[in-house]
Each structure stands twice: as C-alpha cells, then as structure tokens.
Design a protein around this ligand. Structure first.
Ligand code: ADP
Length: 266
C-alpha cells in the first residue's frame, strides 16, 4: 500500500551531511595483510552519524587492526574508507590521522609516562588550539577529569602513580579533549572492576551521546555491547560474520560459530 505524497515525512537534511545519507563511516571491501598473513579479508561496515557500534569477536580476529585503519594509523591493502561521505583511504586517497577528527583510545591507554596527568590531557588541547591560554586549558583539564569521574587533584600525578583503571580514564579524557567526531574505543573499560566499569561506561556514554559523537567500541563484554550499542558487528577470522541490532545478534546468531562465540563471551 502506497502512502500519498502528502503523508510522507518531511525530509530532514542537515547542511553538513549529504542529503542521501546519514552515514558517518563507510568501510568498503577493506583488506589488510601483515607480511603473508591476511588479517582483514574484505570488511564492509557502515556506521550512522551519532550511532554506536560494538565490535565483538575472538582475540586475533582483526578488531584492533580495523580500528587502526579507521583512525589512519594503517593503510588498507585494498578497499576504501570514507568519513562523512569523503574518501580518506584507498583508491589512491590518503588523509592522515590528525585530519580525520577521530579519537582513538588504545587498549593500554598509552599515556605519555614522563608527563603529568594534566599535561597528558592538555596535550590534546594544545593540538586543538584552545583559545584563552593556560587558565582555559587548566579549566578544561579539570572539566575533562570530572567527566571521567576522576578527582581534579589527579592532574598533578604521573601515570605510574595511577591504577590501570584510572589510567584508562585519563586516556579517555585525553581523547575527549580533542573533541573528536568519531571515537574509537578498544576495550576501554577492561582494566576497571565490575562496579566502576558500569559507572564509567554510563558516564562516557553520556558524554559521547550529548556531544553527538559517533562511537565504535571493541568489547568482550556482552552487557556493554547491549547497553552501549545500537549496532553489533561480530568479527571472525578477518571478516564480519554478522552485523545487526544487538538484540537480534544475541538472540539470533547468524551461524553456529557466532552462537558459540557469543555464548562463550557471556
Ligand atoms: P584483535 O583485536 O581481534 O585481537 P588484532 O587486529 O589485534 O586482533 O590482530 C589480528 C591479527 O593481526 C593477529 O594475528 C595479530 O598478530 C596480527 N597483527 C596485528 N598487528 C600486527 C602488526 N603490526 N604486525 C604483524 N602482525 C600484526
């Protein structure tokens, strides 16, 4: 049954987005090799603007490599990657990491060990050319620490004086400081104990949501995928075995191997 034209919804077109799509990230047939090892074997993935995608899958399946390709730390062998409708990698195109407006939080946080927590976070701020000088930078550092539920007194400490979980949250704050349009999180809550993980996950989800940041999260935690994501992508052997709504993926796995992996991951 056809709707009459007068009953069709008004098209919502934002000027910064191509009229035909609300897509932030398009990955098209991307492959990647390390030496003779094929690590990504033709990955297709589409992520909507402001959406949250969880990538789950066994260790070694290529999840981190995929994030690093999106961030611009690696070149694809074949295939292409587009952000906001513009190609950034593949087909002879290359846009470097610092021009992609992408935040990346590595699994180990990778803070600069010789800088204080405050300097680590401000490192992202100076790159973003914040106006207002030192005082504005300090205020923003404190705001970012509060966002990730850390005491502002932590700003003067060095990374080695913090617990693993605190370091992860500083790494998140440092990535947030650059106000990325797309945030890539590689198991960002893995070093946190259960209670703190839920609280931090909620706080980070709130920050990213309110800022409209598109998020891709690699996680082993099913509760995290279910509560955080509007799309779950299951990776296996360098391919995406299934992509869909979290409820559908967890209740109707595409095949036995996916069912077994998801069952084991609970
Ligand atoms: P996951 O994040 O799912 O655990 P990774 O993307 O880290 O998977 O790794 C996928 C495969 O690629 C692994 O076999 C890993 O050893 C290999 N690999 C990843 N990075 C490199 C690299 N820089 N050089 C060589 N091999 C790599």
């Amino acid at each position: 049954t056809e709707q009459s034209p007068s009953r069709l919804p008004e098209p919502r077109i934002s000027p910064s987005v191509a009229p035909s799509t609300n897509s932030h990230l398009e990955i098209d047939a991307v492959t990647k090799n390390f030496g003779s090892q094929a690590v990504l074997k033709g990955v297709n993935l589409s992520v909507a603007k402001g959406g949250t995608t969880a990538i789950v899958g066994p260790s070694g399946s290529g999840k981190t490599t995929l994030l690093r390709l999106i961030a611009g730390f690696e070149h694809p062998a074949t295939g292409s990657i587009s952000l906001n409708g513009s190609p950034v990698a593949g087909d002879g195109v290359w846009k470097p990491a610092h021009k992609r407006h992408v935040g990346y939080v590595a699994q180990d946080g990778a803070l600069f060990p010789h800088l204080t927590v405050g300097q680590n976070i401000a490192f992202g701020l100076s790159a973003a050319k914040l106006d207002g000088g030192r005082r504005a930078v300090n205020a923003r550092v404190n705001e970012l620490l509060e966002m990730v539920s850390l005491d502002t007194a932590m700003a003067r400490r060095r990374p080695h004086q913090l617990s693993g979980g605190q370091q992860q949250r500083v790494a998140l704050a440092r990535a947030l400081a650059r106000e990325p349009e797309l945030m890539l999180l590689d198991e960002p809550f893995s070093a946190l104990d259960a209670g703190l993980r839920v609280a931090t996950r909620r706080a980070v989800a709130k920050v990213l949501n309110e800022a409209g940041v598109t998020t891709i999260l690699v996680t082993h935690d099913q509760a995290e995928a279910l509560s955080f994501a509007d799309q779950v992508a299951v990776m296996r052997g360098g391919k995406l075995a299934q992509i869909g709504n979290p409820f559908v993926v967890y209740t109707r796995p595409a095949d036995r191997a996916t069912a077994e992996f998801l069952g084991d991951a609970v």
